[in-house]
Design a binder for this molecule. Structure first.
Ligand code: FAD
Ligand code: FES
Length: 345
């Protein structure tokens, strides 16, 4: 099927296969269509149908509340039934040649490991190698459950054949419940990616600030891996704030301490507990990490006082934590272009 997209600056043309989501088809062909979540909640991918017919894969998608008229739809949820002409309100450029162009591939769950009572780490072996940047995510789907979920990679490497994730169980959440119900090793999954612009490159050459709530730590681990591998903290400061409720909800503490040990004193890692402070013994057991209490953005505000100028910030996790952190940074006059976030909607 032929798709024509008229953007404010120019028109783009691409082909979409039957059943392929319009957003995925455009991105896979190197067109920088607008999106954030890729999974039906944010409304960023809205477009207007000018000619042709679409099929909506998720008529109840929460992102539909951002549609402005009956002929608008979400490109991440809809497929083309025949040739289409569409319109999007903003500018659409070709993807920068330096970015990793997303593609679809199949994979299989290799292993899962419970990190806390409601957080699981899993790895997926891919049928084809994937290049991605630190801080990116992929859309993962399984045959038994409608729709795709965004999961951020924990690892970072070129030509990755295995992706590692942490997934938090959402009460009543279909895919996370599916993962926790019974061992899923060997199950086939579909992956589309890489996606997302909360990416870290050593060329950024700025002090970095990472604020993660819960499973939002996933992409930060990828960023720390990339930064540590390029000795980034020899030249720049790094501050990471990891918010969880109690020590029983904390994970990756040894891995975080290892990054601190590898990177030296310019990398500071603070575990922020919102419900119960860490005991003296728990703090002593993790002497390379700092501990604080309260909400993660409040702790970041306290520790970063006077040090927010010139930072590049990476935020990820539940929407309220990300929104509060964005407000904090904007009030401190950090430019929007230096605030990169993924809201786990
Ligand atoms: C950019 C991004 C990165 C993320 N990274 C992580 C991560 O690293 N770790 C983590 O734990 N979580 C992450 N999330 C959240 C994750 O994608 C899921 O929302 C969460 O795991 C709950 O999924 P669930 O299936 O259990 O819950 P559900 O409530 O069943 O579904 C959650 C999401 O799945 C999609 N969905 C649900 N039903 C349908 C349907 N019928 N058709 C189409 N789509 C549907 C929607 O996006 C919905 O919000 C991320 C989210 C985003 C947007
Ligand atoms: S990208 Fe389609 S709703 Fe978020």
């Amino acid at each position: 099927m032929k798709i024509q997209i008229n953007a404010r600056n120019r028109a783009h043309h691409f082909d979409a296969a039957a059943g392929e989501k319009i957003l995925c088809a455009g991105l896979a062909r190197g067109i920088g269509l607008p999106y954030e979540c890729g999974s039906g909640t944010c409304g960023t991918c809205r477009a207007r149908l000018v000619a042709g017919q679409i099929e909506d894969g998720w008529a109840e998608a929460p992102g539909r509340k951002y549609l402005k008229s009956a002929d608008e739809f979400l490109m991440c949820q809809c497929t083309a039934v025949g040739d289409l002409a569409l319109e999007v309100t903003g500018f659409v450029e070709d993807l920068d040649p330096a970015v990793c162009v997303p593609a679809a591939c199949k994979g299989r769950i290799r292993e899962t490991r419970l990190l806390t009572r409601d957080v699981i780490e899993l790895s997926i072996d891919l049928d084809a190698a994937l290049d991605f940047d630190a801080g990116q995510f992929v859309l993962v789907s399984v045959a038994a459950i409608p729709g795709a979920r965004g999961w951020s990679m924990v690892n970072h490497e070129r030509h990755a054949r295995t992706l590692r994730f942490v997934v938090k169980r959402k009460p009543g959440g279909r895919l996370s419940d599916w993962l926790f119900e019974t061992p899923r090793e060997g199950c086939e999954v579909e992956v589309f990616g890489p996606l997302g612009s909360a990416t870290f490159y050593p060329e950024v050459a700025k002090n970095i600030l990472c604020i993660a709530g819960g499973s939002g730590i996933a992409g930060m681990m990828s960023i720390l891996e990339r930064a540590a591998a390029s000795n980034y903290f020899d030249r720049h400061d790094g501050d990471l704030f990891f918010g969880v409720r109690t020590m029983a909800d904390a994970f990756y503490l040894e891995e975080l301490a290892a990054y601190r040990a590898r990177s030296g004193e310019r990398l500071r890692i603070t575990i922020v507990l919102s419900e119960q402070p860490a005991s003296a013994a728990e703090q002593a057991a993790h002497s390379l990490l700092r501990f604080d209490t309260g909400f993660v953005h409040e702790a970041a505000a306290r520790h970063m006082q006077g040090r927010l100028q010139g930072v590049r910030a990476y935020l990820a996790g539940p929407a309220p934590a990300v929104d509060a952190s964005v407000r904090l940074l904007l009030m401190a006059r950090v430019p929007g272009s230096d605030i990169r976030y993924d809201k786990f909607s």
